[in-house]
Design a protein around this ligand. Structure first.
Ligand SMILES: [Zn+2]
Length: 68
């Protein structure tokens, strides 16, 4: 399990990025929302997509789930 957050500020391409708690690119507290302790980045993306669209995984901390 890992703790996941979503950046609540959209990127320039409109995507909202999902990070895990240890990522160096994690945005400051006021610009992120806690998603929970989640087993995989795929599950974290699904959860994030209930609140934000479109979502993508961070290429640095969740590269396995990142869609280029
Ligand atoms: Zn990240």
């Amino acid at each position: 399990m890992a703790e996941f957050y979503i950046d609540t500020t959209a990127q320039s391409n409109g995507e909202y990025i999902v990070h895990n708690a240890s990522c160096t690119l994690l945005p400051p507290k006021e610009s992120r929302r806690y998603l929970g302790s989640i087993a995989s980045c795929n599950s974290a993306l699904k959860k994030a997509a209930e609140m934000f669209k479109p979502v993508n995984a961070c290429p640095q901390c969740a590269s396995a789930c990142h869609t280029a």
